[in-house]
Design a protein around this ligand. Structure first.
Ligand code: ADP
Ligand code: MG
Length: 352
């Protein structure tokens, strides 16, 4: 009986990282709005504000894994991405990446939070996201090796090229508009009539019978199973892969249903199904079609357009004629060849 009592009294402790400049700068206010939920759940939340870009990565690299039950990010997907990069840079990455994470949407790009909340059929409010964390338990989340010729990232959400990457990255200019900044930047981009040239190659989902495995021994590097060496990839792709040539009007790949909170890009996707969904328009489309397609992203109706292809895969590569930035979970990546492979359930996130 005594043992039971002590168990009840054992404090749950979590680290809360807040990006004070995420979104329109109201992440701190948002946390104040939901902190009562942590208190009611008897969770002791240790709060830290990030002080500069890259700070969350540094904190995650040095974190004592035994100290907290989980780490909550109050910010955009970019803040969570920084934490993930930090955990994966550690020597003990295979343990570190198992540290459960949580997200409260205090940024302007909050695709992961939206995907999770919609999956449990709740409304997209910060209170509901906090509830998922305090009442939830660690659930697996897929993560992706995402690399160019010189660097490797771990992403957990999306890779946007072409139209969407430009909109995402250009829209930094319109940050003061909050969520609207994407809309303003999109209109400007539709009118520019720009096209993107390159080749997309992928391993069709049916050809990838085994689930992507990652090595799980301390100190070893996470190695992709399906991707060819990046230097050789330009001339040929592995047997069984398929190739689509551009020009592209649209390219956006995601492992979750919502790569951003206002785009229901891949209605069938889920954060731990082991697949990436590439949504692509590999042709020139009229100004009107492009505008209609973009408007239907919000509801997921774009998948009904004949020009839109949805490719389900575990590994793909993008070879571009230019080397403009792509946007990986909202952060920039350049390079003419980019490769991505999914690792099923590599990380964990607090959810129901
Ligand atoms: P948003 O969705 O609005 O982009 P994020 O939380 O994803 O919000 O953060 C965007 C960027 O802000 C990240 O790249 C991160 O490195 C950076 N960042 C985090 N904390 C700070 C800070 N204190 N000052 C400046 N930049 C920061
Ligand atoms: Mg998925």
């Amino acid at each position: 009986e005594e043992e039971i009592l002590t168990k009840i009294e054992v404090e749950r402790k979590c680290l809360v990282l807040i990006n004070p400049v995420g979104g329109t700068g109201n992440a701190l206010k948002m946390f104040k709005q939901v902190k009562g939920i942590f208190k009611a759940a008897r969770i002791n939340a240790i709060v830290k504000l990030t002080e500069h870009a890259g700070h969350a990565t540094e904190l995650a690299m040095e974190l004592d894994l035994k100290l907290y039950e989980f780490v909550v990010c109050v910010g955009g997907d970019g803040l969570l991405s920084e934490v993930v990069q930090g955990l994966m840079k550690r020597k003990d990455w295979s343990d570190a990446i198992q540290l459960p994470l949580g997200i409260i949407p205090g940024g302007s790009g909050n695709g992961l939070a939206k995907s999770m909340i919609k999956h449990v059929k709740e409304e997209f409010y910060p209170e509901n996201c906090a509830y998922l964390i305090v009442k939830g338990s660690p659930q697996p989340i897929d993560m992706m090796t995402t690399r160019n010729e010189t660097e490797t990232f771990i992403s957990f959400l999306s890779l946007a090229w072409a139209f969407i990457a430009d909109v995402d990255l250009d829209s930094e200019t319109y940050r003061f508009l909050g969520g609207l900044r994407f809309t303003v930047s999109a209109v400007a981009k539709v009118l520019s009539r720009k096209r993107w040239y390159g080749t997309v190659s992928y391993l069709p989902a049916d050809n990838a019978s085994s689930v992507s495995q990652y090595q799980h021994k301390d100190g070893t590097v996470l190695t992709p199973n399906f991707l060819p060496p990046i230097q050789k990839a330009k001339d040929s792709v592995p047997k069984g892969w398929k190739t689509i040539k551009g020009p592209f009007s649209f390219f956006w790949a995601t492992s979750a249903a919502y790569p951003s909170s206002d785009c229901y890009l891949a209605p069938q996707a889920h954060i731990n199904d082991g697949y990436i969904y590439i949504v692509v328009v590999p042709e020139n489309v009229s100004l009107l079609t492009q505008a209609k397609l973009l408007l239907s992203l919000e509801t997921g109706k774009h998948v009904e357009y004949p020009q839109v292809q949805v490719i389900k895969t575990r590994a793909y590569q993008l070879h571009r004629d230019d080397s403009e930035y792509v946007s990986v979970d909202g952060e920039r990546l350049s390079g003419s060849t980019i490769q991505v492979e999914i690792h099923r359930g590599l990380g964990r996130i607090m959810s129901l």
